[in-house]
Design a protein around this ligand. Structure first.
Ligand SMILES: Cc1ncc(COP(=O)(O)O)c(C=O)c1O
Length: 464
């Protein structure tokens, strides 16, 4: 049983306090928790999740957020600024995605700002489903995704009654098997998915080849750039070998790109762009005969905070093209230096040809032995399965001086440790590793308990 968070430091609120606490007291508690938790990733030893890590930038965005946090952007008559923010966030994003090339072909690229990567993917799947229903009379829609594409696609298909076909990937390149995709398209397929890049391996699917299938079959191609959308374009500009994955590729019909990742905005924002307004507009929902009035909202959410739009816009305008390019340069250089530290060990192997995010495994021992050792040195990687591998998404905290050197030294120690313990079962393997024999009733119960715990901390909540 874990301890209920901060049970020893602060009161546990099971109902509203009888009398409100002072603002200073509340802020003091929040500050204590934030400071303790920030110290975890400020070392640069935590993969992904903290993309920016610059507290000055956070303070600046908080100021922008604070001016509009209380505003509901659904009521645009009261906040014309929200239209400026949203339109310009979309325009700035499209400019990074060869939106001009779509315009030159006579398309009308557009977008919407959502609450995150999953939000963008949900909206995309909904748009493909509803567009295909009205344009092609599709009644049993299916989507084909590479196995490596994010589970948000599985979630979207589950929620919207769309069949999901999972295409295998090449075990060496980690890219989708394009022939399999071609063979599994039918008259009910509404879209193909490709990642640029995928979460697991940081590799980019063959978007040009997927595009050929999409064009020849008259179906959509969504590129999931949730992770790479705000860094890979700058990587290409820096000369790294990254193939085109945006609207310059004819068949690409929508792209998700998360401002709350390498866009360095606050959590809760992502941009979903479309090649055509017809596709975006297909997911609109409105109710004109409701007693409460005529209801319209351009996306799945109802009320949204103006603060997130303002802070996202502020981040993009303040960093500018040269700011993003500079951060990308530092991140790519750091990632490749860390990859060299990995490949210096003949026992370790990189998965595919990664970019700013890499994943590695071993054919000599269970890679979770490396994880076990690295954890004792404060490192936090994301664990993968089939095969077991460790993944490191390089973000700005890793670009601090000394982090690569520390990684290199700790990794050498970890490889020695792994060799010594190769015959044993790694401790962290139980948490991350593949479930042999598939999902059991016990594993299902455990996963449900973990999710419930996130919401109510039940297993650790001390008795009242
Ligand atoms: C490639 C990719 N797509 C989609 C998502 C989902 O994004 P979110 O967690 O913001 O919903 C992620 C998250 O890491 C991702 O890496």
């Amino acid at each position: 049983m874990t301890d209920y968070p901060y049970a020893k430091s602060f009161t546990i609120h099971r109902s509203l306090p009888d009398h409100g606490a002072s603002r200073a007291e509340v802020l003091g508690q929040l500050r204590a928790m934030a400071t303790e938790e920030d110290s975890f990733w400020e070392t640069g030893k935590c993969s992904g999740t903290m993309y920016c890590g610059d507290h000055d930038h956070y303070r600046f965005m908080n100021e922008a957020f604070g001016m509009f946090a209380h505003v509901n952007v659904l009521q645009r008559d009261m906040c014309p600024s929200a239209t400026k923010f949203e339109a310009e966030i979309i325009a700035m994003t499209l400019a990074l995605q060869s939106g001009d090339s779509a315009r030159a072909r006579g398309d009308d690229p557009c977008g919407l700002v959502t609450t995150g990567g999953t939000g963008s993917i949900l909206h995309a799947v909904l748009a493909y489903r509803d567009h295909a229903a009205s344009a092609r009379g599709v009644t049993r829609p299916n989507v084909i995704k590479p196995e490596t594409a994010h589970p948000a696609f599985d979630k979207a298909c589950h929620l919207f009654g769309v069949e999901l076909r999972r295409a295998p990937v090449d075990p060496v390149t980690t890219q989708v098997d394009v022939d399999w995709v071609r063979d599994h398209v039918d008259d009910q397929t509404v879209a193909l998915i490709g990642s640029a890049c995928n979460y697991g391996y940081g590799t980019v699917d063959p978007i040009a080849e997927l595009s050929e299938i999409a064009v020849s079959q008259g179906i959509g191609l969504h590129v999931d750039g949730c992770l790479g959308g705000f860094i890979l374009p700058f990587g290409r500009e820096l000369g790294y070998d990254i193939p085109a994955f945006d609207y310059a590729v004819e068949g690409v019909s929508s792209i998700s790109a998360d401002t709350h990742k390498y866009g360095y905005a606050f959590k809760g924002s992502s941009v979903l762009t479309f090649r055509t307004k017809a596709l975006r507009n297909a997911q609109y929902f409105y109710l004109t005969d409701w007693s409460g009035g005529k209801y319209t909202s351009p996306g799945i959410e109802g009320s949204r905070s103006g603060g997130l739009l303002a802070a996202t816009w502020a981040a993009m305008v303040c960093l500018g093209h040269d700011g993003y390019l500079d951060y990308a340069r530092q991140i790519f250089e750091t990632s490749f230096a860390m990859q060299e530290a990995v490949t210096a060990h003949r026992e370790l192997r990189l998965m595919g040809r990664p970019t700013f995010l890499f994943s590695f495994t071993s054919d000599d021992f269970d890679i979770y032995h490396v994880n076990d050792f690295m954890r004792t040195r404060g490192w936090r990687f994301n664990g993968q399965q089939y095969p077991n591998a460790l993944h490191m998404a390089v973000t700005r905290p890793q670009t601090q001086p000394g982090v690569v050197e520390q990684f290199t030294a700790d990794l050498a120690g970890a490889v020695d440790y792994a060799k010594e313990h190769a015959g044993e079962t790694p401790r962290s393997g139980a948490i991350y590793g593949g479930v042999a024999g598939g999902m059991t009733a016990e594993a299902d119960e455990f996963i449900r308990a973990v999710m419930a715990d996130m919401l109510d901390g039940q297993s650790a909540l001390p008795p009242a």
